[in-house]
Ligand binder design. Structure first.
Ligand code: CTP
Ligand code: MG
Length: 221
């Protein structure tokens, strides 16, 4: 079955706090957008839709043009992640779709392949990792209890779907969810998972850059 990737890259990057859309921030000399396109390039989907920050569409278009060899489209994003996914999905005509956060810019291509393979038997597949911290349930400043870690997984992207089911679930949804797997589950679909990657950690704050350099960080690069 044909497969599309929708790369959502339209966020403001407010928590990163560098004054420009996160996908345009450079890490080790390349933008987060370009890093995220490396795995997509080696995965070789039938179709790529990049959802760009609405104020910077020409810049995104140029970056994708210069770093991605396959066929692609660039569309402006919405005000929420789910809105951006919906905008990207409008252009998808492949049977399967993998929705990926550009902010998880070091996800290995193997994870894309594993999610695609899972879609042979499931309507929705996400990559997820075991939780290593001890997780507490709290209320106010009180700890109410300790969760059973064996039953918990941290969700990552790319999240994979049968395109027609995801389109229908988004069209019918009245709520905003933090990921499309939650939206699919609320629409009654089963969701399965494959093993994710520690390399898929989302770049959210400056601390997530570790020792990497960014030319946007004062005094470095
Ligand atoms: N995203 C998007 N459209 C939005 C919001 C988010 O395409 N309106 C994308 C981001 O570009 C990112 C992914 O969704 O690749 C995950 O979002 P997040 O890590 O929250 O990124 P930002 O929204 O850019 O960061 P912040 O919330 O700190 O502003
Ligand atoms: Mg955000």
């Amino acid at each position: 079955m044909s497969v599309a990737v929708v790369l959502v890259a339209a966020g403001n990057g407010e928590r990163l706090g560098l004054g420009l859309p996160k996908a345009l921030v450079q890490i080790d000399g390349k933008t987060i957008l370009e890093h995220s396109l490396e795995a997509v390039s080696s995965f070789q989907p039938n179709q790529l839709v990049v959802v760009a920050h609405e104020d910077r569409v020409p810049e995104f278009q140029e970056l994708v043009q210069n770093s991605y060899a396959g066929k692609f489209s660039v569309v402006p994003g919405g005000s929420s992640r789910q809105g951006s996914v919906a905008n990207g999905l409008q252009l998808v005509d492949s049977a399967l779709v993998l929705v990926h956060d550009a902010a998880r810019c070091f996800t290995p291509a193997e994870v894309f392949h594993a999610v695609q393979a899972g879609l042979e038997t499931s309507p929705c597949v996400i990559p997820a990792l075991a939780v290593t911290d001890t997780i507490k349930r709290v209320s106010g400043d009180q700890v109410l209890g300790t969760e059973d870690r064996d039953q918990l997984r941290a969700a990552q992207t790319p999240q994979g779907f049968h395109t027609n089911l995801l389109k229908a679930a988004i069209a019918q949804s009245t709520e905003v969810f933090t990921d499309e797997a939650a939206l699919m589950q609320s629409a009654g679909h089963s969701v399965s998972f494959v093993t994710g990657s520690p390399l898929s950690k989302k770049i959210t704050t400056i601390a997530d850059l570790g020792e990497r350099t960014t030319n946007q960080r004062t005094g470095i690069g």
